[in-house]
Design a protein around this ligand. Sequence first.
Ligand code: PLP
Length: 374
Amino acid sequence: MIYLDNAATTPLDDDVFEAMLPYLKDDFGNPSSQHGYGRSAAAALLCARDSVADSLGCKSDEVYFLSGATEACNTVVKGVCAAMRGRGKHLIVSSIEHPAVLESARDMEKFGFEVSELPCGENGIVDVDLLKKAIRNDTIFCAVMGANNETGAIQPVEEIAEVCASRGIFYFADCVQSACYRSTPLENLSAMAITAHKMYGPKGAGALYIKSGEKISRLLSGGGQERNFRGGTQYVAGAVGLAYALEKTVKNRAEISAKIKAVRDGFLEKVLKEIDGVHVNGENTLEGFANLSFDGCGGDSLLFNLDLNGVAVSRGSACTAGASTPSHVLLAMGLGQARAKSALRFSFGKYNTKEEAFEVAEKLKLAVAAARKC
Ligand code: PLP
């Protein structure tokens, strides 16, 4: 099977697994316990937190471990609303955010908050001028992701961060996808989320950066863990795995991004040359992404054909892939139903080779021809 769904999740690296193993077995203690087992787990958590802070470029007490980016997005959207409701009730979120942000914001409408969903251009990129126009006196929160998880389109995070900082608006960047390829300066950001399983780490382990002094309430009450911000016994092995996976990502980013780009570009070149009626969705994308629409084809039937022929790809975000509704991201880009319904996301990772890309392009050619015959 050729795996081209690395934006959905990546395999766990062997050395990351090795680093986690002691905390799943012998050093299994609860980091809140006062005996030796607990102290050993607490020490591992401390090292993991320092390492994540180092990798992200922030202070250790600005890093919170949690179960992944869905929890981080829920925590930030709902936690800011709870903490800042006296100051305003207006939230701005881009229309191409992951459902973890979009649905969290929509949940807040039931409590009297008003949500503006920022449109984006056909290129898949949010327009900073539209953001400036959307800001009101009572705007308390803005979320625009680092790069989109369906198209890979890189968003103008630094510009948005500056605008928000100058207006005193809490700015959250979901950097789950972009963190694999580039760093995000935290200077003007209020909060940022990453998750380990997109960078060859374990599932169920994420980190949330929150700038010191930002106003935000906790989502999970409990035993005082994570400096009383996120209750629940920490997943020590997960935090260790996340820290190590992130450290490796940061260290090897340039080299791995270049390798992935070469493989993705070779695939794109062949597909665009040898298959008619193919459209690339999104511009200025992360190196591993190729989101393509195919005239006269259904995305689902192409996906099933490729799956039967040993190729794993996706219709878009894994979380919504089960339901074959057209992508909210492609629709928000104004590409229309037909283009959205015929789209597939090919997402390359560090283990993919040029030979695999060539083979997938060949299989895709046959799949498209078969779909167009029906
Ligand atoms: N945000 C983005 C941009 C994602 O791509 C994903 C996962 O697909 C998430 C959030 C959710 O992350 P997790 O699986 O860690 O909950």
